[in-house]
Design a protein around this ligand. Structure first.
Ligand SMILES: Cc1cc2nc3c(=O)[nH]c(=O)nc-3n(C[C@H](O)[C@H](O)[C@H](O)COP(=O)(O)OP(=O)(O)OC[C@H]3O[C@@H](n4cnc5c(N)ncnc54)[C@H](O)[C@@H]3O)c2cc1C
Length: 428
């Protein structure tokens, strides 16, 4: 790894999702020196795992491509992947930050030809597809990964697979001697953009996510829709591979619930409305969607999107918090039980497939921060003077959609710029 040059004029951005990329680009395009660190082998974050964006129903790939082009063109921005912050000391305008970089075992000679992956036998759960499919022990995280370079899984190092990967590489790109590295740098301000993770659906015991094959999560449905994903772009029932034409969406799965996440994750209503449009995309007119909801939270321009979906005669809305799910053993259908609060009648409704609109929680747990930080009850970072020049962006500050995550990335970049400008002014 070449020497990392950073000073108290440098802005450190932690997390290379859409909000971290935005913060890093905005600051770098203002002429500031920016170091962007990402713990995964590629930037992109969770939007790279989405099939389409509400409300426009465009593909996230376009936005990602534009940001990658801006990143490649900007000399003020330096990216370190496979890197995490382990310690922060100091104060606003002068932080000493310790970084830990894990080995990729692949250097920048890599042309992404894929010969290493062909040579390797070991397979592991594919993180990009939430474990719905396997990937090789040498792999490219996804087809828009940046850097566009393979990675060797540390679990194959020291096994014959690692030697096979090295032997298969014509470009001398595999370096099995790479080691974990620790670097200490000085920066003036920190933008913390570590994002969110899906709430663990297995904890919502009455919905049987761990017991019933045909109960999946909203993030898994996004992966199913990807033509390069686990089902080749088809909505298939995990139990038998049949097309799922009658799909139920359960809102607030783990959100607004004192036993799980107390907060409203804000995007789940819109995500399910969006996913309801995936059904006609697949099946023409031969589909049924049912959305079980407490209340639909779609405000401003998002309300138009909601109203359009309501006009679809194949999509039904049931105002009810689903109490439990059982399984019809014969058909494999999940059966939803509850009370429809409009009319107060009990139902037991079978569907081909159930999608849990799972809540979003901060990806970094309360005890996972490298310095003392003021967080709220839900674990999101507060905008608080006590945090000095440590500014949260995107979903590390709240459950946000992409639009708001980008705005928050820009706002954090501006705050960080003000700090390093003050430092520059004070030093004359
Ligand atoms: C089912 C579903 C569908 C959705 N669909 C839409 C949609 O259609 N439209 C829309 O606007 N929004 C949608 N969203 C919301 C969208 O996913 C978020 O707004 C977006 O991901 C926020 O980006 P972010 O950069 O804040 O966080 P993330 O995307 O989570 O990015 C965080 C980045 O930080 C990295 N990171 C984490 N921890 C560390 C660490 N310790 N050190 C270094 N790096 C770290 C991660 O690897 C990741 O790259 C959806 C959400 C869900 C659950």
């Amino acid at each position: 790894m070449s020497e990392v040059i950073a000073t108290n004029q440098t802005i450190l951005v932690v997390g290379g999702g859409i909000s971290g990329m935005t913060a890093a680009l905005e600051a770098a395009e203002c002429g500031k020196q920016v170091l962007l660190v990402e713990k995964n082998p590629t930037v992109g974050g969770r939007v790279s795992q989405l099939y389409k964006y509400f409300p426009k129903l465009c593909h996230p790939k376009c936005g990602l491509e534009i940001n990658l082009r801006r990143m490649k063109a900007n000399r003020n921005l330096r990216l370190m992947t496979l890197t995490e912050v382990t310690a922060v000391e100091g104060e606003a305008g002068n932080y000493s930050v310790t970084l830990k970089t894990s080995p990729r075992y692949v250097n920048d000679n890599c042309t992404a030809c894929g010969a290493c992956a062909d040579a390797v036998e070991a397979e592991f759960d594919d993180e990009h597809n939430y474990g719905l499919m396997k990937r090789k022990g040498a792999w490219l995280p996804f087809n828009q990964a940046y850097p566009f370079r393979y990675v060797l899984d540390p679990r194959i190092i020291g096994t014959p697979d690692a030697d096979k990967a090295k032997a298969a590489c014509k470009y001398d790109a595999i370096d099995l001697d790479m080691q974990e590295e620790e670097t200490t740098i000085t920066v003036g301000a920190i933008v913390w953009a570590t994002g969110w993770r899906p709430y663990d659906a297995g904890k919502i015991q009455p919905y049987g996510y761990d017991r019933f094959d045909n109960v999946i999560t909203s993030v898994e449905l996004e992966r199913m829709m990807d033509p390069h994903g686990p089902t080749g772009g088809k909505i298939l029932r995990p139990s038998d591979g049949k097309e799922a034409k009658d799909v139920a969406f359960i809102q607030c799965a783990g959100s607004r619930d004192k036993n799980h996440l107390k907060h409203c994750s804000r995007i789940c209503c819109m995500a399910s409305l969006k996913q309801a449009t995936y059904l006609p995309e697949q099946y023409g007119e031969d589909y049924k969607g049912t959305i079980y909801y407490i209340d639909i939270r779609a405000i401003d321009r998002l309300d138009d999107f909601y109203q359009n979906i309501q006009k679809d005669p194949n999509i039904k809305f049931v105002k009810s918090k689903v109490a439990s799910i059982t399984e019809d053993k014969e058909t494999g259908n999940p059966v939803l039980h509850g009370v429809d609060t409009e009319g107060y009648h009990r139902y037991s409704n079978p569907h081909d497939l159930v999608v849990l609109a799972i809540g979003m929680e901060p990806s970094v747990p309360a005890d996972g921060f490298p310095m003392e930080v003021v967080i709220n009850e839900e674990g999101f970072v507060e905008l608080d003077e006590k945090n000095g020049a440590f500014f949260a962006a995107g979903c590390s500050s709240d459950a946000l959609d992409v639009n708001r995550a980008v705005q928050s990335g820009t706002a954090s970049a501006l705050r960080a710029i003000q700090v390093v400008n003050r430092v520059a002014g004070a030093e004359g």
